[in-house]
Ligand binder design. Structure first.
Ligand SMILES: C[S@@+](CC[C@H](N)C(=O)[O-])C[C@H]1O[C@@H](n2cnc3c(N)ncnc32)[C@H](O)[C@@H]1O
Length: 399
């Protein structure tokens, strides 16, 4: 948190050499600590005479220990025995006293994990109080696992899963993905239903050319290749492209893979369609990445929005007349969605919105009044919820 690193990157570095079960447990402790941190801090602050500074070790150790006691239900003796050595030579008595009180007084957490205050305020201003409440409820537990398929599974396969759209199945959370049937054969990949919407809105490719910009690790590349597009997948990150290539190899799908920074790279010839899955704050995927809402500041949203505007201008020059451009972000900030597209359309008068129709979307998801897709916390709650996404489908001037 001090360095501002994303959890998955920090966890990868910090858990090298651990056995798989220990690694999974370490990541679960940190994830639940981040998810419940506002409420855990309220408990800590209610029990200490002097407020502990935010970044002292004792607060960090107490957060981790209380997440184990109150969320993961780790046996108390194990929590205390692993917490105290972390503050050896320091505030050991304070930590011990608070953990004893937590047990004696049977501390508990509220039903929904509160969002960090700045996020709650920002989202209340953008989406209203009901969406903030829905986000808090959605944040309180890890989400289910969505799979996307290259072709529709046979009758009777995945019978225990919910089907919320074609080529989609939803499974209860907590399963080991690598151990699921068919992982090695590669007929499916993990992808939230919301993340699958941008590629769905391009339909069948029938061999037409498509640039998948900001493509790695390739969830959308695989959908598009499976839908018959002739795909060139471009991304700036060699490390992430290696994962994209692994994913293509595992699924047996094909796309040309190019390492390039969209700000300087350009294709040789114009294409029929473009998917720009722009880098963003990622505040829409807070259920899966509980670090995001603690980490992202308004300044980063502004910086991302400026980068998205650059990428959008670059991409818009690479289409055939009348071609289709899909712009998508996994963000719950209007600056990275609605406002971005409004500014682009203002500056590029020949471009139009190719409105998304309700019939193109899975049941329970409707286009907004402008013909865009905006998924919000509270969508499909009964079925397990949905990540926050924004998708716009634009049409280039016809020449
Ligand atoms: C939202 S992720 C893409 C997810 C991917 N489309 C998928 O479905 O799996 C954004 C990607 O943009 C890439 N990126 C960021 N800035 C870039 C740039 N200037 N040029 C090319 N790629 C960039 C990042 O490396 C990252 O992989």
């Amino acid at each position: 948190m001090r360095r501002g690193d994303p959890l998955d990157i920090a966890a990868h570095a910090a858990t090298q050499g651990l056995a798989p079960a220990d690694r999974a447990f370490a990541i679960a402790i940190v994830s639940e600590t981040l998810r419940w941190m506002v409420d855990i801090d309220a408990l800590i602050d209610g029990a200490t005479e002097q407020v502990l500074p935010d970044d002292v070790k004792s607060r960090a150790v107490l957060r981790l220990a209380l997440a184990q006691l109150l969320v993961l239900r780790t046996p108390p003796h194990a929590v205390v025995a692993t917490a105290l050595p972390l503050v050896a030579g320091g505030p050991r008595r304070l930590v011990h006293a608070l953990l004893s009180r937590a047990q004696q007084e049977e501390w508990s957490l509220p039903e929904s994990a509160n969002l960090p205050e700045a996020v709650a305020e920002r989202w209340a201003a953008q989406w209203g109080d009901d969406i903030v409440a829905a986000a808090a409820a959605a944040w309180s537990a890890p989400p289910p696992i969505d799979l996307s398929f290259a072709s529709e599974p046979g009758e009777g396969e995945w019978a225990e899963a919910a089907k919320l759209a074609p080529l989609h199945r939803r499974l209860p959370r907590g399963q080991a993905v690598e151990a699921m049937p068919g992982f090695r054969e590669g007929g499916w990949w993990v992808q939230d239903l919301a993340a699958s919407l941008p590629a769905r809105l391009l339909g069948e490719g029938k061999g037409r050319t498509l640039l998948d910009l900001c493509a790695a690790p390739g969830g959308k590349t695989m959908q598009l290749a499976a839908a018959g597009w002739d795909v060139v997948a471009v991304d700036a990150s060699a490390r992430r492209l290696a994962r994209l290539s692994d994913n293509l190899a595992r699924t047996g799908l094909s796309a040309a893979v190019v390492q390039g920074d969209i700000r300087t790279w350009a294709p040789d010839a114009p294409v029929d369609a473009i998917l720009l899955d722009a880098p963003c704050s990622a505040t829409g995927i807070f259920r899966r990445h509980p670090d995001v809402l603690h980490r992202i500041e308004p300044r980063q949203i502004e910086e991302m929005a400026a980068l998205q505007a650059d990428l959008l201008v670059r991409a818009s020059g690479w289409l055939q007349p009348g071609g289709t451009l899909i712009y998508a972000t996994c963000s719950l900030e209007r600056a990275e969605g609605e406002d971005q597209i409004a500014a682009f359309l203002d500056r590029n008068p020949g471009w139009t919105v190719d409105r998304v129709e309700a019939g193109e979307l899975p049941a329970g998801i409707a286009p907004d009044g402008d013909g865009f897709v905006r998924t919000l916390p509270g969508f499909l709650t009964e079925a397990g919820g949905l990540d926050g996404f924004f998708v716009a489908r634009l049409r280039a001037p016809s020449g």
